[in-house]
Design a protein around this ligand. Structure first.
Ligand SMILES: Cc1ncc(COP(=O)(O)O)c(C=O)c1O
Length: 385
């Protein structure tokens, strides 16, 4: 179609820069071994950090709910799509996150864009780490608030930006706790103190911390013992929880406000029963079983140490995300391809997911990985080196 011809030029540019995105189709679930084109590969690409998306107990819970409630929720929560499972999961999340209340969204992306854009407006300020997730960036843009981007993890600079802004207007500080592409962790002890000092609202995104950090696996707020000091806790059910959906946890007034104001909650069909039941079961497992998390951390240590011994430039991370810096798109793609030839599926990450020149192989580990899996991975990385 003539009116769409410009797309060919755009695509050519994307191709020329080695930035064209391809899908890798899996013919199996997120287990340590996955099937691609009929062949088995070691999976180092999943955010299902505790292997719960294929845990038989979670699958059983989803399947029971499927039989009882069917496939779809039938509407938005406020019209017709609210069930006892939605309420049960919200109570579970509030309990897990040690907050008064919680509210569900169909995804973490929707939780971020809707919540951020309803908490602040054009007269207000957002302070955002430069490596925050795209959903935080998009929510911030949607809010039309004045945006202050601070250098990655530079809390001194954040403090001075907050000090400089003397005009009236609400102040919202928003950050990933574990950063999705670097896997590193913000110091929430320091951050909560800074926000208290400036009376700024603090919103943290626990997408990659939940299930991985904290004694009960609740996330970074638990890890830093600041559960009662972070007013707005966002998370997703799509990573360690192994299901689908997002949430905000906080006090009752915040949750009532979101239920009344946030468009991505009000105008969106609610989560279906199998996803809800899976999340309920997963959260029970996460908070009652420490061993998988302890094993995960052992595997992370073994993998990182092995990569460093092989001379790889491993970004210092504090999570199940292990990024290996490769620089430009072309060598990154080539490395991911070579690893695939060695039987390992791990993704090449390129702009706009990361800054130009900061391409990487983003490996991620799961508690279902064994010592043999890590040895196989390291042997593949050795051959590719
Ligand atoms: C830090 C962070 N926040 C939010 C999201 C969005 O969550 P979801 O995938 O549930 O939409 C992601 C997902 O990639 C993420 O990494």
């Amino acid at each position: 179609m003539e009116c769409l011809e410009w797309i060919n030029d755009e695509l050519k540019q994307v191709h020329d820069k080695n930035l064209f995105r391809y899908l890798t189709e899996l013919q199996s679930g997120q287990s340590p071994e996955v099937v691609i084109d009929g062949k088995e590969y070691l999976l180092l690409a999943s955010n299902s950090y505790l292997g719960l998306s294929v845990d038989p107990r979670v699958v059983q819970a989803a399947s029971d709910a499927l039989r009882k409630y069917g496939t779809g929720s039938g509407g938005s929560r406020l019209v017709s799509g609210s069930s006892d499972l939605h309420r049960e999961l919200e109570e579970k999340i509030a309990n897990f996150k040690n907050t008064e209340s919680a509210i569900l969204f169909s995804s973490g992306y929707l939780a971020n864009i809707g919540t951020i854009s309803s908490l602040v407006g054009p007269e207000d300020f957002i302070y955002s780490d430069e490596l925050n997730h795209a959903s935080i960036i998009d929510g911030s843009r949607l809010s039309k608030a004045k945006l202050r981007i601070y250098p990655h993890l530079d809390l001194e600079e954040l403090d001075s930006l907050l000090t400089k802004d003397k005009q009236s207007g609400k102040k919202l500080v928003v950050t990933d706790t574990v950063f999705s592409m670097d896997g590193d962790l913000v110091d929430l002890q320091k951050l909560t103190k800074i926000c208290e000092k400036h009376n700024a609202m603090l919103m943290v995104d626990e997408a990659h911390a939940t299930g991985v950090l904290g004694e009960r696996g609740s996330g970074a707020t638990e890890h830093f013992n600041v559960e009662n000091k972070v007013p707005i806790v966002m998370g997703t059910l799509s990573k360690a929880v192994g299901s689908l959906g997002g949430y905000i946890a906080g006090n009752r007034e915040l949750i009532d406000y979101i239920r009344n104001r946030v468009r991505s909650y009000i105008f969106d069909t609610s989560l279906p029963a199998p996803s809800l039941a899976a999340s309920i079961k997963s959260i029970e497992i996460i908070s009652s079983e420490k061993e998988p998390r302890e094993h995960l951390w052992k595997m992370i240590g073994m993998f990182k140490e092995g990569l460093e011994d092989l001379g790889y430039d491993v970004i210092a991370s504090d999570s199940a995300i292990v990024p290996i810096l490769t620089g430009d798109p072309e060598p990154t793609l080539r490395m991911a391809e070579r690893l695939r030839e060695e039987g390992v599926f791990t993704p090449a990450v390129r702009p706009p997911s990361v800054a130009p020149g900061k391409c990487r192989i983003r490996s991620s580990l799961m508690s279902s990985h064994t010592v043999q899996h890590i040895e196989k991975a390291l042997s593949a990385f050795k051959n590719v080196r």
